[in-house]
Design a protein around this ligand. Structure first.
Ligand code: CA
Length: 422
């Protein structure tokens, strides 16, 4: 069957050549109070010269206007239980992960089939927990996938004694649609009992390695500041799981050699930018979500430095900056809960070229962040707010269409939709 197509409010707006915000959407209407960026520069009282290695002051962004681009939304697949990640196959079709543990295949015509149930992996079955964050996470096709058919998949795996941990496993995905038994190349240390804050996304940073952000398990935030564990770290390993000899803490006493950067809370989006830098976003607590540029050996501050407060309203730290702890590029107040990130590249929406798109869970939109040629971040807009959905992931297809993974918070009725030019 072909993709079903329906016009959304935004598509109608497109026909009328007006912005989504002018169409009376309740969520976007709240942006009437959006502040302009010039009024939003945070921490102007902090002189960068007074502190070491903090970078420029972090910009704060609140609710913003809707992006005035023209598109229509098409449903790709529905009845998807907590979709988490999507990867486009060179032969057409795509692989999709469901947090509940199923890896699925979707044809270009929208037919869905199960490739593998990760509960059946004998030596490391998937750990899932209703209404928590554990399960099957990211799918990353090897940069030479078309030749070697290797795919890397991250997930929470069961470990002895009721514990679990983030693992990455390397598989071969055959052209006949089967996945081999695979081989585990990474397991975060030590394992945990918690089912929150895994990070979970993985990328190839372009140097023959794999980068693996790992969250601080919610309850282990102090450990994000010590190097003898993997909580609140971005890890970097070779594709066979061995340690790259240029990792920054090799040979340092009491430091794990996989660590690339530290002081992270719950990294969610990570990309290799077109400028060759690694950009990451992470959940703060209340009001502390961040976008960072990731560099080796750098301390990104959590929980000693944060722009957020705890969900209870309690302070987490009195410090928004400290010597030796890098400031984010931007932070979000209120938190948008970014769940991924892409840098747009494609022909379908030339007005988005080179910009960042962040799917947001809590504030139910996709945040469009302008990225300038020098890597600095400019204006922001909200997209797809009229869908009133929790966006788990956003991916760009080879033809430049914007694929959106939408989840139902406590139910199985998620879906994959795509935005195409109107
Ligand atoms: Ca930080």
């Amino acid at each position: 069957m072909a993709f079903s197509t329906f016009l959304t409010r935004s598509a109608l707006c497109g026909i009328l050549t007006v912005t989504i915000a002018a169409c009376g959407n309740g969520t976007v209407a709240e942006t009437a109070s959006a502040q302009k960026p010039a009024e939003n520069l945070a921490e102007q009282s902090i002189a960068a010269a007074d502190v070491k290695d903090v970078g420029a002051p972090s910009q704060v962004w609140g609710r913003v206007e809707a992006a005035p681009i023209n598109y229509k939304i098409e449903t790709v697949a529905d009845d998807i239980d907590h979709p988490w990640s999507l990867a486009f196959l060179p032969e057409g079709g795509m692989l999709l992960s469901e947090r509940g543990g199923l890896l699925k295949h979707i044809t270009d015509d929208g037919e869905v089939s199960v490739v593998k149930d990760f509960a059946t992996i004998d030596d490391a079955p998937v750990h899932t927990k209703d209404r928590a964050q554990a399960g099957l996470f990211d799918i990353a096709l090897h940069p030479d996938f078309a030749d070697n058919r290797q795919v890397f998949i991250s997930y929470a795996a069961k470990v002895d004694k009721g514990l679990n941990t983030l693992v990455v496993r390397r598989f071969t995905y055959s052209k006949d649609g089967t996945l081999d038994a695979g081989q585990q190349i990474f397991a975060a240390k030590p394992p945990r009992k918690e089912s929150h804050h895994y990070g979970g996304r993985i990328i190839f940073p372009g140097d023959g390695t794999l980068m693996i952000p790992h969250g601080e398990a919610y309850n282990k935030r102090e450990q994000a500041q010590t190097l003898d564990n993997h909580f609140g770290k971005i890890l970097r390993v070779n594709l066979d799981g061995s340690i790259p000899q240029d990792n920054p803490f090799i040979g340092k006493k009491d430091a794990l050699p996989e660590i690339w950067s530290y002081g992270h809370r719950n990294p969610q989006g990570i990309i290799l930018g077109a400028d060759g830098k690694v950009y990451e976003n992470e959940h703060g607590a209340k009001g502390g979500d961040e976008i960072n540029v990731i560099e080796p050996g750098v301390n990104y501050g959590w929980p000693a430095v944060t722009h957020g407060i705890d969900y209870s309203g309690a302070a987490i730290s009195p410090f928004k900056t400290l010597p030796g702890m890098r400031q984010s590029l931007v932070h979000f107040v209120p938190s948008i809960a970014p769940a991924g990130m892409v840098q747009y590249s494609g022909d379908a929406f030339p007005e988005l070229q080179g910009d960042l798109l962040l799917p947001a869970l809590a504030l139910k939109h996709v945040r469009h962040v302008e990225m300038k040629a020098d890597g600095s971040l400019g204006e922001q807009r909200e997209m797809f707010g009229e869908l009133d959905s929790r966006f788990r992931d956003v991916e760009i297809s080879p033809d430049g269409y914007i694929y959106l993974l939408i989840e139902e918070r406590n139910g199985p009725n998620g879906k994959v939709v795509r935005a195409v030019p109107n």
